[in-house]
Design a protein around this ligand. Structure first.
Ligand code: GLU
Length: 445
């Protein structure tokens, strides 16, 4: 048995019932096979064994009182995975599906994604099984304050800097930051994704969606192609999806679907103009289901399905993990899809990735394609440290160059290790080598 297969077996045994975490580790370890073959020092120093074990995991009780006066108890998590190249960095996810496996897979992925940005940020992730949907502002605030009353002691601007993820937007970050500041009596850059009047960076809200589009354009350019004239399907409707559509439209592409967990809207003319403005308001202000867009503009609504059955040139999953399975992947390829770009974290199952690779379509893995969000988070940290703020144009220019560099790094690493064109392997390898070398330099810690 190879070294990496043996390690994967040990990870599975040591972390039972954590399917998502096994999936994330397995995907990375498989692609590192040629690296450890060429660099036995990574094996001898136990770098891989250390990397798959979080430096620290915190699980805590989050009690709060709902509007009826009833005590509710949720579970809070923060997994501080790796601090070799910078303070732990990664979002908080509030969603009923959150458990240790989900947070660990996200934290593990974050190590490599953050490394790829070229900025000094380690990997971490956290969250809770609390569901902000359907809760009043008061309930969300009381929950966030209780969550922070425990988390504050584990984070700090030079230790661990959380941000948003699913279910955590400007409102939640505001409530958590307010409570942190009150307890610590310090105005410091402990969160990113903050509001623009209190330390947030211009361009952070747009960063993940815009970053995916920049990455995609770079990847297509290398093939002599571009987004212009392409038909694109997008799944999740939210912060990532809406700003992604904005940029794809700007690049001359046509986005024909957008959805949520209940189904999807199909618009053969493309979601643009008034429809996109309406969608932005739906997301930013009203938080209503995606179906509202179909009802307002008389568009087709497909209940209970995902948009991967719609013929497209490019498919961009923007919702959540494992939203494209093997069957959907076959359907995409059969319908002529030439490119899949992952905007959500781990949106394709292992089976789906295999289908994409076997059919040789272009595949942009999440760790590379969606790194724009955390990259601008790191730029927000820099601005906070300087007590200064850059213009939108400055941030956007930096984001574009970061995304171009990520493409270059992933594609060069793939070439160097004999897996040309395999950006999944290239991204994992490039992300890994930087962190592994920092760990080697810092001794067995
Ligand atoms: N949750 C985002 C991600 O998956 C952003 C994290 C951050 O900005 O720290 O990368």
């Amino acid at each position: 048995m190879s070294y990496v297969s043996d390690l994967l077996e040990r990870v599975i045994k040591r972390n039972p019932n954590e399917g998502e975490f096994h999936q994330a580790v397995s995907e990375v370890l498989e692609t590192l096979e040629p690296v450890v073959k060429r660099h036995p020092e990574y094996i001898e120093s136990g770098v891989l064994e250390r990397m798959v074990e979080p430096e620290r995991q915190i699980i805590f009780r989050v009690p709060w009182v709902d509007d009826q006066g009833k005590v509710q108890v949720n579970r809070g998590f923060r997994v501080q995975f790796n601090s070799a190249i910078g303070p732990y960095k990664g979002g908080l996810r509030f969603h009923p599906s959150v458990n240790a496996s989900i947070i660990k897979f996200l934290g593990f992925e974050q190590i490599f994604k953050n490394s790829l940005t070229g900025l000094p940020i380690g990997g971490g992730k956290g969250g809770s099984d609390f569901d902000p949907r359907g809760k009043s502002n008061g309930e969300v605030m009381r929950f966030c304050q209780s969550f922070m009353t425990e988390l504050f002691r584990h984070i700090g601007p030079d230790t661990d800097v959380p941000a948003g993820d699913i279910g955590v937007g400007a409102r939640e970050i505001g409530y958590m930051y307010g409570q942190y500041k009150r307890i610590q009596n310090a105005y410091e850059g402990v969160f990113t994704g903050k509001g623009l009047t209190w330390g947030g960076s211009l361009g952070r809200t747009e960063a993940t969606g815009h970053g995916v589009a920049y990455f995609l354009e770079e990847m297509l350019k290398a093939q002599g192609q571009s987004v212009e004239g392409k038909t694109v399907t997008v799944s999740g409707y939210g912060n990532v999806g809406t700003y992604l559509i904005e940029k794809i439209n700007e690049m001359g592409g046509k986005v024909v679907t957008i959805g949520d967990e209940f189904g999807y809207v199909y618009d053969p003319d493309g979601i643009r103009g008034d429809k996109l403005d309406f969608l932005m308001d739906l997301w930013c202000i009203h938080r209503k289901p995606a179906r509202t867009l179909a009802d307002e503009f008389g568009l087709k609504w497909v209940e209970g399905k995902r948009p991967w059955e719609v013929p497209c040139d490019i498919a961009i999953p923007t919702a959540t993990q494992n939203e494209i399975d093997e069957t959907s992947a076959h359907q995409l390829v059969k319908n002529g899809c030439m490119c899949v770009a992952e905007a959500a974290n781990m949106p394709s199952t292992a089976g789906a990735i295999k289908v994409f690779q076997d059919s040789k379509i272009l595949f942009a893995p999440a760790k590379a394609a969606n790194a724009g969000g955390v990259a601008v988070s790191a730029l927000e940290m820099s601005q906070n440290s300087m007590r200064y703020s850059w213009s939108f144009e400055e941030v956007d220019k930096k984001l574009k160059s970061i995304m171009t560099n990520i493409y270059r790094k992933a594609s060069e690493a793939a070439n160097e290790y004999g897996v040309e064109g395999n950006l999944l392997a290239g991204a994992n390898i490039a992300g890994f080598v930087k962190v592994a070398d920092a760990m080697l330099a810092q001794g067995v810690v």
